[in-house]
Design a protein around this ligand. Structure first.
Ligand code: BGC
Length: 754
């Protein structure tokens, strides 16, 4: 408060006492007053988000900040690096604080499982815990804002960024979007352990054509509103302070120059009051998109459309002065954008205390990566909830901790890959690998390891992904496979850890194939031939087409990239110290040719009929129909039965509620959790409606033999959709309620909306 008083005195703002209330009118008054004191150069400076790099050395950065030419920075993640920059801001004419942003996507120093994995937990408390822990760690490193959560619906796993998001489903992603925003931002955004969320990528980035990164998006408005936009709206309802603009175009208009997107939809229809930030270079890209002749035009289009802040700015700084002078950009265009930047800083509590998250030098950690700064217990707890058991023939799992286990595969000892991409400030040497996890869990037995194969030997691919990401064993392939087979022969059971290096599941890492890369399939065939029981542990950031391998394996555990404690979490599940409960948040196709293959598709006029005549129905004739593993699927070490599904009524009035119930029983020998999923189908509508849409779910724990009734309340809101006129309304008629433990195997009953 003292600082705020000083600042107010400096800028001649007198109504300080009321500021203590932090009311929005006070915020507006404060920001307006500050804007009135600012020179044009200072205003434009606030719109620039710049990182330290070879050209922008720390010294130059400080000079620019003191001159009022930079508003925020990203990529510097230590208090002692950020403090001199904040000092420089405090030496500027108006002492406007800097903010410090960073991609805290799934953890910060402690790495949590990737987004797709978190979604597999279907556990909002676990997801919340991951976000809150990340916010605590990041804020303790002087970070004020994260470019997260990434909430783009992804239905094409060729897209490398599928790994970062929360899967294919609108309802699930929307729920997680809100939870993540609130986890990052805490109870109050100005709290020292809160960071502002910048939800991304607005909008539709996950729908790039062909799953090719940065490609175009062409989509009808009804589908956009129905399927792809709700997560962004949910993030806003959760209070997201900022939004990051996508790199793709939408029906021909790039997001960064899309006034419909940022003004009509975001600000006017949804009432968003926060900061809009471009993606890295997203404004300059308007030239390549072919909507701007040069950087000047790009800057003009972006600021007019509503991009407040320019990340890695090469356009606003140099071009806005000339654009203003020529009248191509108005003063209010600039002032509106500045207002949002200052407003965000106000909300983050930075005017009150610019060092809120940087603290004092005497309290800086001696070692940023010190072990005692990590939160291993929550990371392990969350990670084990994200693992999905896909197959368990003859109850091969859980394994005994004795005997001989052969651990094979190029990912079993990788400290880098288990962190997943976008692993913020994680340090590979602090990851528990699967080898480490098994080793420390096995008291009596012995563990033999062989690498088996390299992940890829294609030199072009290695060059593209970055040589430091792919460390190859130089031995001939035959020799390595031979060694693996020999190890398998000595063992009671074989665990093969296969999948993708993390660099393949990343930005700019789209694939044309979903097969296991390299010779991993060959390795599995060789291991299978030993006749030993075979467990596949998958480590990957997208669904893979593992049809052949799933037939060869006796058990399969999907572990995604499970983070700093991944190896311990995987061991917990493999040895039965934790009973797996994860469910797929995205469909596993049989082959890349089936894509898009998502559960909530339309029925078509000639739907595939199981067991019916095949000709002239919607299917590929050269492959079995349907997914390899459906959305919502995942096994447990126990079994559950669903019986007695009932609806409280066969009709529903628009103002009423209806209850759908089911009895869930644990019919196995172990305690376990499962996710009861509620889907609804609108049987006849003014538009063709999906065969089912997730509308609710409950994750429940049942002791062996225990039985519980699960109830879902359904009202008109669950039945609404965007019609051809984009009205959001429920239409009277028949609705089918489906309840299951995955999206495919469901019990169904119908009611009529009156
Ligand atoms: C990505 C963003 C990210 C930004 C800053 C861009 O390439 O698209 O998601 O926040 O880089 O790292």
């Amino acid at each position: 408060m003292k600082r705020l008083r000083l600042l107010c005195a400096l800028i001649g703002f007198t109504s300080l006492p009321v500021l203590a209330d932090m009311e929005s009118s006070n915020k507006d008054a404060f920001v307006t007053h500050l804007i009135n004191q600012m020179t044009q150069e200072e205003k434009i400076g606030q719109l620039r988000l710049i990182a330290i790099d070879e050209k922008m050395t720390p010294e130059r950065m400080r000079q620019e900040i003191t001159a009022g030419r930079i508003g925020g920075t990203y990529g510097s993640v230590s208090r002692y690096v950020n403090r001199p920059m904040q000092d420089a801001a405090q030496q500027s004419r108006l002492k406007i604080p800097m903010f410090f942003g960073w991609d805290v996507i799934h953890g910060h120093r402690t790495i949590f499982p990737i987004g797709l994995a978190l979604a597999s937990s279907w556990d909002m408390d676990a997801i919340e815990l991951s976000g809150r822990t990340a916010a605590k760690e990041a804020s303790a490193d002087g970070i004020d804002l994260t470019f997260a959560p990434m909430i783009d619906i992804a239905r094409d796993p060729r897209w490398g960024r599928t790994s970062e998001g929360f899967g294919e489903d609108t309802y699930l992603v929307s729920r997680i979007a809100k939870v993540m925003v609130q986890a990052y931002q805490g109870k109050s955004l100005s709290a020292p352990d809160s960071i502002m969320a910048s939800a991304k990528h607005f909008a539709l980035y996950g729908a790039v054509e062909g799953g090719r990164d940065y490609n175009s998006v062409d989509m009808g408005l009804a589908r956009m509103h129905q399927d792809y936009l709700p997560p962004y709206r949910s993030a806003i309802e959760g209070g997201a302070g900022a939004m990051m603009v996508a790199l793709n175009s939408i029906n021909g208009v790039p997001a960064a120059s899309n006034a419909w997107l940022m003004q009509d939809l975001l600000r006017k229809a949804w009432g968003f009051k926060g900061l809009v930030i471009s993606d890295h270079n997203g404004i300059n890209d308007l030239v390549q998109h072919g909507v701007a002749k040069n950087h000047r035009e790009a800057a003009m289009l972006a600021i007019r459309a509503g991009v407040d802040m320019s990340m890695n700015d090469f356009s606003y700084g140099p071009e806005l002065p000339g654009l203003l002078e020529s009248g191509a950009v108005s003063q209010s265009n600039i002032d509106n954008a500045v207002r949002e930047v200052l407003g965000a800083k106000y909300d983050m509590g930075l005017f009150e205390d610019p060092y809120r998250r940087i603290g004092v030098a005497s309290e800086d950690p001696a070692d940023n990566n010190a072990e005692n700064r990590l939160h291993r217990a929550p990371a392990r707890e969350v990670a084990r909830k994200t693992l999905v058991l896909l197959k368990n023939e003859n109850e091969l799992l859980p394994l005994k901790k004795e005997g001989v286990i052969a651990l094979i595969g190029p990912l079993a000892k990788s400290t880098v890959d288990i962190m997943g991409s976008w692993s913020a400030s994680g340090v590979p040497s602090q990851s528990v690998t699967i080898y480490d996890g098994l080793k420390s869990a096995m008291d009596k037995g012995s563990l033999i390891y062989a690498r088996g194969v390299n992940l890829t030997e294609d030199q072009e691919v290695i060059k593209y992904l970055g040589a430091s990401e792919i460390e190859n064993d130089a031995r001939p392939a035959a020799e390595m496979i031979d060694e693996a087979v020999k190890s398998a022969h000595q063992a009671d059971v074989v665990i093969a850890v296969v999948g993708e290096p993390r660099s393949m599941s990343h930005e700019a890492a789209s694939r044309t194939s979903l097969d296991l890369p390299g010779r991993q399939s060959e390795l599995i065939t060789a291991l299978k031939a030993t006749g030993k029981p075979l467990v596949l542990v998958l480590m990957n950031g997208r669904p893979l087409s593992i049809g052949k391998e799933q037939e060869q394996a006796d058990a399969i555990l999907e572990t995604w990239y499970s983070g700093s404690e991944g190896g311990n979490a995987v061991a917990d599940v493999l040895f039965g110290d934790y009973n797996p409960s994860g469910k797929l948040p995205i469909t596993f196709p049989r082959s890349v040719g089936q894509i898009p293959n998502y559960y909530s598709h339309l029925n078509t006029g000639r739907p595939y009929l199981p067991g019916g005549p095949r000709n002239y129905t919607s299917q590929y004739f050269d492959q079995s129909h349907g997914p390899l593993y459906p959305f919502g699927y995942g096994l447990s070490y126990t079994d559950f039965s669903l019986t007695d599904m009932a609806l409280s009524s066969t009709t529903l009035n628009k103002t009423d509620k209806l209850v759908a119930s089911v009895m869930v029983k644990n019919i196995g020998q172990r305690d376990g959790e499962t996710v009861v999923q509620l889907y609804i189908r609108d049987v006849v509508g003014s538009l063709s409606r999906p065969v089912k849409e997730l509308k609710n779910f409950k994750k429940i724990m049942l002791k062996a033999g225990e039985e519980k009734a699960v109830h879902f309340s359904i009202d008109e809101n669950d039945l609404k959709f965007f019609n051809a006129q984009l009205e959001y309304a429920a239409e009277p008629g028949e609705f089918q309620v489906q309840i299951g433990l995955d999206s495919q195997d469901v019990k169904a009953q119908s009611f009529e909306l009156l």
